[in-house]
Design a protein around this ligand. Structure first.
Ligand code: MN
Length: 259
């Protein structure tokens, strides 16, 4: 690509013929965090504490300190997050290949199916039906499953009852298809984690985590605004914080979309 085409992109951004869509949820103490059953340790929610705000502790400046789990709010899952990806030398937030953090997005809209059935499981035939309409998913793509889950909040977002969480996600066969037949770079969802609510009972359990990270590929969870993206044609930018040996991090995810 020439320097001229890159400058054309800059021009398109300034004139608005390419727009930037924010795919990120706001981080605050109410941001939903995945809840694990006993006896597993829980990940803490986001919290923020004032350092100073134009006062004796800092008369001309305002700043806070914050803390949260690495997997809080809109966040990145690195391969090292899962036991299947733990041995990759480039599998943590400080070592991964930054070239793979920018790529084309394929947005698979299963919002209606997910509304009709909160336990909707995406299968290879759903993906193939999408491809028949929109074209094949290209190698290196980020595949984003639109469910409109970002429109939910609080208890409705986690959607837990006495049987456990109910939220849509992919089957093991769907993950195998996207990894082996399409060689995608990442898998993104609007729900609290990259797997379905019931995925602990799948074989293997948590296939998006186990299989994607086992193939040294990435995950994005709690995305927002996927309904503002075209099925194909957007570029997403998803760099996690460069935490040493990090398993993931909250991040700002942006999409470049032709207007
Ligand atoms: Mn995660």
């Amino acid at each position: 690509m020439s320097a001229q085409s890159l400058m054309q992109l800059a021009g398109a951004l300034s004139t608005g013929t390419v727009k930037v869509v924010d795919l990120t949820q706001v981080l605050n103490p109410e941001t939903p965090v995945i809840q694990l059953p006993e006896p597993f340790a829980q990940s803490p929610a986001f919290s923020s504490e004032l350092i100073s705000q134009f006062d004796d502790d800092g008369p001309a400046w305002y700043w806070n300190k914050f803390s949260c789990g690495e997997h809080c709010g809109t966040h990145f899952d690195a391969p090292g997050h899962w036991i299947s990806g733990q041995d990759y030398s480039d599998g943590t937030t400080d070592t991964l290949d930054v070239n793979q953090l920018v790529g084309p997005a394929c947005v698979l809209d299963f919002s209606r199916e997910s509304a009709d059935n909160n336990d909707f499981v995406l299968e290879p035939e759903h993906i193939k039906a999408w491809e028949a309409e929109h074209g094949e998913i290209e190698a290196g793509a980020w595949v984003l499953m639109r469910t409109d889950w970002h429109k939910r909040s609080g208890a409705d977002f986690l959607n837990i009852d006495e049987e456990g969480p109910h939220s849509p996600g992919p089957s093991p066969a769907a993950m195998q298809f996207l990894i082996e037949e399409r060689n995608i770079q990442g898998w993104g969802v609007e729900t609290v984690g990259t797997d379905a609510g019931a995925a602990g009972g799948f074989e293997p359990p948590f296939p998006a985590h186990f299989m994607m990270h086992g193939a040294n590929k990435f995950g994005l969870a709690s995305l927002a605004n996927l309904d503002q993206l075209p099925a194909k044609g957007a570029i997403i930018i998803a760099p996690p914080l460069k935490i040493e040996n990090g398993s993931g991090s909250p991040l700002r995810v942006l999409a470049l979309v032709p207007a």
